[in-house]
Design a binder for this molecule. Sequence first.
Ligand SMILES: [Zn+2]
Length: 317
Amino acid sequence: MPINKIQFQPGLSLPDFFARFGTEAQCEAALEKTRWPNGFVCPECGGEKHSLVHRDGEKLWQCSACRKQTSLTAGTIFESTRLPLRLWFLGIYHLSQPKNNVSALELKRLLGVNYKAAWRMKHKLMQVMDEREAGRVLGERVEVDDAYLGGVHSGIVGRGAKGKVPFVIAVQTTEDEWRPWYVRLDPLPGFTKKALVQWAQEALAPDALLVSDGLACFVAAGELVAEHERVVVGTRKSSDLESFHWVNTLLGNIKSSIQGTYHGFKFDKYAARYLGELQYRFNRRFDLPAMIPRLLRACALTTARPEKWLRSAEAWG
Ligand SMILES: [Zn+2]
């Protein structure tokens, strides 16, 4: 799909959203359907026979085989939440439909919840997106470059700057017209041969064509794929070269998105999650309305991530 068609595609409007997910009952029904599309399955023993019990106003599915009681949210990213599901759904809407990203602070205002609750929701949803994208493998032609984020002035800065989080940006394009398909954004402990080999094993299909500049650590990564084109940059910056058009375009978009959305966040600590969110949104840009049910399904499949766990994250964890 050409870029202009992506920009002009209809998303799900707010009135349509409220018509479908405006009440708690609608949201519960949607979550139940996406979590158990063929009916209840016991998370403990896999049993399907069950009875419904109500305790303290909560609906529980009790397995007839092992007697375990399961709530709709237990074992999902929504576990132990004190917020109604309709607010979670509204959060999913705001994190997936608008062109611009939404910070925890803005989510607080949009949902009318306190900042800590908004922070937890934002980070849990970013975590879901990051985990969902972890297995993405890029093929065809892959432009790759080193990039850096964070520090006092958030945004992209040059190679070697101190206090910044290094990350790999890789864009899969078609081999003939170089149209962009998918991106991977991965924080690294550093641009070493070892880190790049490990990255390439996870991120690149064996038959890919890798396009990089002359940075030495990309050589070892290039040996793991069918072909490696090293574009010798010389005195020109790689940003001037057509071979890195999409890497540079996306870095520009990421920079404006981060600067326009966030003010002073802990990029060094939560880089993987912020980059995972950007990657998830970019890779699903072809079908905005579908992003809501897909993200909901990912939420149902992602295990509980309590606040303590969220706060102990490593930049490249
Ligand atoms: Zn069971």
